[in-house]
Design a protein around this ligand. Structure first.
Ligand code: RIB
Length: 305
């Protein structure tokens, strides 16, 4: 079977320290715990999609070091196609330094390493995989020129494009109309537009040419905005959060998988919302990412929910 969901992906190793409260500038604190776990917004979303049953392929540039090898081993285990992953010989892999606080929230600094060298030329070497996919997704952790190239190819072949605009950064004018679905969180949505509320912000992005905006609102769920349609608002799930690392990536990857199987929007949103909620139930980005069956067990979908 050919690849259904292609991710133009970042791959980081997450170095995670647990401390009670955010640090003040200049402050040093002893951490309660430390973990080294898989991360990277692209790889996380790809794994989320694969666990939902989608056949997933990556386009990525990773380090020639041990961290790079960890990625290859992980994707083999998750049955993700990594034939278009290139290793930068002698280059350091992407690394994320993460502080997790006692309420489960976090702060993250990402050093992209070899991933910063992902180019449009590299992306085009995977043009056949892109052209034959159902969904092509990316985040802002990979160079925007690589994303633009992938989305141009996708658009030329009628393949749906999905951007998670995280971390939020200025998006070139030419990229907006190539985005079929955008999945910002509330802070990213407001930052991208300068608007004061999500309805105004989403409307601005639709005017820039984005096909649909799905804003994630944590415990408050998510809302879908489209042209000429009333917003579709889905309530969230109340969870005892262990940590929220990767919850947004789980949402995006699960959304991609549901769109790839051509589910209708209410079902797509239900699935992404539920998977993101379940992903907060263990430490790290991928540890608690649910399978299709786990979502169906904990939050079964019935028409109209
Ligand atoms: O979204 C969570 C991810 O952001 C982490 O896994 C970290 O690697 C950073 O990319």
């Amino acid at each position: 079977m050919s690849v259904e969901v292609v991710c133009v992906a970042s791959w980081n190793v997450d170095l995670i320290a647990h401390i009670p409260q955010p640090l003040e500038r200049g402050q040093t604190r002893m951490a309660n715990a430390f973990e080294r776990l898989p991360g990277g917004k692209g790889s996380n979303a790809a794994i989320a999609a694969a666990r939902q049953g989608a056949k997933v392929g990556l386009i990525a540039r990773i380090g020639g070091d041990d961290f790079g090898q960890m990625g290859l081993d992980l994707w083999t285990h998750e049955e993700i196609d990594s034939q278009h992953v290139v290793r930068g010989a002698g280059e350091t892999n992407g690394t994320a330094l993460i502080l997790v606080y006692e309420d489960g929230d976090n702060s993250i600094a990402v050093y992209p390493g070899a991933g910063a060298g992902l180019s449009a030329t590299h992306v085009q070497s995977a043009s056949a995989m892109l052209a034959n996919a159902r969904v092509v997704m990316a985040s802002c952790e990979v160079p925007l020129a690589a994303t633009q190239s992938a989305f141009e190819t996708a658009r030329a072949h009628g393949v749906l494009t999905l951007l998670n605009p995280a971390p939020a950064m200025p998006i070139p004018d030419g990229l907006w109309p190539l985005i079929d679905v955008l999945t910002p969180n509330e802070g990213e949505l407001l930052m991208l537009t300068g608007a004061a509320d999500i309805d105004t912000a989403a409307d601005l992005l639709l005017q820039r040419g984005v096909g649909a905006v799905v804003v994630t609102l944590g415990e408050r769920g998510c809302t879908l905005f489209r042209q000429n349609a009333a917003p579709l608002r889905l309530p969230g799930h109340t969870m005892q959060v262990v940590d929220t690392i990767g919850a947004g990536d789980t949402f995006t990857g699960t959304l991609a998988a549901a769109l790839a199987r051509k589910a209708p929007w209410p079902e797509v949103l239900h699935w992404a919302n539920a998977a993101a909620a379940l992903s907060t139930q263990a430490h790290g980005a991928v540890t608690a990412m649910p399978t299709f069956q786990q979502v169906q067990t904990f939050f079964p979908y019935t028409t109209g929910t």
